[in-house]
Ligand binder design. Sequence first.
Ligand code: AMP
Ligand code: MN
Ligand code: MN
Length: 352
Amino acid sequence: MQSDRVNAATLRCCTSVRTRKDPHVVADPVRSAAALLTDARDVTLLAHVQPDADSLGSALALGIALRRRGAVVRVSFATPDSVPETLRPLDVLGLVVPPSEVPARPELLVACDAAEPSRLGSLRHLLDAAGTTVMIDHHRSNPGFGDVRVLDPHAEATVVLAHRVLRAMSVPLDPDVARCLYAGLVTDTRGFRTAGADAHRMAAELIEAGVDPEGLIRPIMDTHPFDWLAALGSVLARSVLEPAEAGGLGLVHTRVEARDVARFRTEEVDRIVDVIRTTAEAEVAVALKQVGDRRWSVSLRSKGAVDVAAAAGLVGGGGHSAAAGATLDGTADEVLDALRAALAPATAARAG
Ligand code: AMP
Ligand code: MN
Ligand code: MN
C-alpha cells in the first residue's frame, strides 16, 4: 500500500534500538506505534502551536484512550496559553497541561500533526530529551523526525492515522474518543470535501460510536460573535485581486490587523482565508494575520493548480499542496512581495 511504501522508506523503530544514529527501518509504523503505546505507562502527547482540531483531536483521542487503560497521560502545546475555546469540550478528562507541567524528560513523547519539529514551538527540544518519540502526521512537507514515524501524506488528517493506531491497539471507540477524531476529520477535510472513501467509512464508524455531528461541529466551524460580522466586512473590503500573480492564475489577498487579531478568537481570524479563497478569478488566496509589530502569520490556499506548500517552503513555512502556512517578518507589503516571488516558481513547477 502507498502508506506503507512512504513509511517504510522513512521510518525508524525504537523498540529494539536506542540510538537514533543507528535506526532500524520497520515495515509497519502503525503497529510499532501501537505496541509502544500499549506498553506505555507514562505518555506525553503534543499538538502543534496554535492547535487546531486535527492536532489536538489526535492528541486527545490517543490520550483519552490511554488514560482509560490506566496510563499517566498529559497533552500539551507551546502556544497559546489556553486551549482554543471551541476545542475545550474535547478535553473531557482534563488532560491538557501547560508546558511548565510537562516532564523535562518524557518517557514516551507523541507529536501530532506537526509538519516539522519547529511546529512544536518551545516544546521541540523534548524530541531530543524524550526516551522515545513517535511522530504522527500527514503533511507532505514533513522531513521525517522522531523514532517511530507514522507519516502518510495520503491521509486526509492526522486523526485518520491516530484512528489506525487505536485500531492496531484494539481499543474500542468510546464517544469521547470518537468526538476528538471526528472533529479533526471534518475540519481538515473542509466538511468532507477532500475525504476519500476510507475517511467516510471512518466517519460512519465514529457516528456509530456516538458522535452527534451537528452538535459537535456547529460550535467549532459555524459559530461566531455578532461583532465579527462587521470586522469581517472590513477585512473583506480590504481584499485585493491581482490577476497577473501566481503565474497569471490570479492571487487574492487580505490582511487582519493586530487589533482585530487581538479582539477575536482564532476561530474567527483563521476562517478569513476560507472566505476569500472562494474568489472565482484567483487560483491562490492569501490571508495575512498580524501577530507582532512586524510579524505576520500567513495562510495560503490554492484550488489545485498551484502547490502552495512549495511556496510556503520557500519562505520558511510548509503544509499541504492546497493549504499551507508560514510566519514572516516585515511590513505587510514586504511580506506580500516575498509571497508573490515564492508563488511564481511554485506555479511554474506545477505547470511544468
Ligand atoms: P493554516 O493556514 O494555519 O490553517 O495552515 C494551513 C496548513 O499549513 C496546515 O496544515 C498547517 O499545519 C500548515 N502550516 C501552517 N503554518 C506552517 C508553518 N509555519 N510550517 C509548516 N506548516 C505550516
Ligand atoms: Mn494542523
Ligand atoms: Mn492536519
